[in-house]
Design a protein around this ligand. Sequence first.
Ligand SMILES: *[C@@H]1O[C@H](CO)[C@@H](O)[C@H](O)[C@H]1NC(C)=O
Length: 420
Amino acid sequence: MSRFGKAVLLCLTLFAAWRLCSTLFTAAPPGPGAGPAVGGDASCLPLAREVGVRAAAGTGSNFVFSPLSVRAALAMVASGARGDTRRELLRFLGSSSLHGLHHAPVNELVGRLNGLAQTSFACGVWVNRSLALTPEFTATGASRYGATAESVDFVSGAEQARQRVNAYVADATKQLIRDILPPGSVDSSTAVVLANALYFKGAWSHPFDVSTAPFHVPGGTTVGVPSMTTGRSQYIALYPGFRALKLPYKNDVLRQADAFYMLILLPDSGTLSLADLYDKAVSTPEFISKHTPVEEVPVGQFMVPKFKFTFGFEASSDMRNLGVTRAFSGGDFSGMVSGGDGHGRVSISRVYHKATIEVDEQGTVAAAATVVLMDGTSLEEREPPHLVDFVADRPFLFAVVEERTGAVLFLGHMVNPLAG
Ligand SMILES: *[C@@H]1O[C@H](CO)[C@@H](O)[C@H](O)[C@H]1NC(C)=O
């Protein structure tokens, strides 16, 4: 199909998606952000940039992160927030309204991920015995994020509760993400725990051959690494300062509605840094879809290293830097919990995220989890809000994306294929 034909088809698909949204959700008034995010979803990309640039600069470590998983966990948190607390969370998530957030095209995908053999998407909420989740919060969590809720006792059973959340996450990620909550992270001040777990497995539409090829690690070292090679035409496009490679995953019969691919963005040697490329990648929500190659071209030399690693971090300080402050102190979560002394006076204490990815000649297996811990705060303790104003032989950025919705399931960079 010609480029023009594809553009027309894309417009038609987006139009159809928009029509579907508007027919299904006519009951609620469409807010300013209610339409589909045309060709992209900005959720959590600034957070990925913040942490990714730090990981690349500091220890020069590999990095992987799931925007989709963080989005899901924080979208549940946002649905229970009110006033400025909610506004800050929505801005962080790149939506202008709760309606826009819950009805974005990525949310359609969330519903389908669960029905597929090779992917899974699970959300859970654990609430302290003395508190009750509001019916509205429970209903939104169940319908939009497939969330299940459970009442636990964080006073007498904090350690059991921690192990329960970790087991839930391990189970939903086929044991790839274990111990997301470190020892001691759940205690008697914990009021609510919200978790998302995501698992993805995709086989390349055409498997690759493997041979050892050189890779230039930052600092001047060159290492020999097992790499994917092929003589077959590939989706490659050249842009000023970098080149892009699209590696489509095979569509299984059940997955016809979705089209997953890996996008690799490789800076030209000596021009763009990974940090520059991150800045570009998060500059607009459409950047990733706009820089996804659409044409197969014959390849000369082709080399992409195999890699496998895990990256985990705690996100609360980065979230504060990106403008989420009230949710951490004196925020309004009256839409989430009632009961206890505080009447919605809970706040986020920690946001744990962990992701793992393995890329080889057959395809990709990746998993991620996000867990938000919320503490109870009584009215007396309430603080004033903090006014906090394609020869990939060198480091590259990668993303696992779903084409139709623009959802970014995983995003990261690879600086050293031999580092775990
Ligand atoms: C959790 O519930 C217990 C009663 O089961 C209560 O004593 C405690 O204060 C509650 N904790 C929070 C943070 O709400």
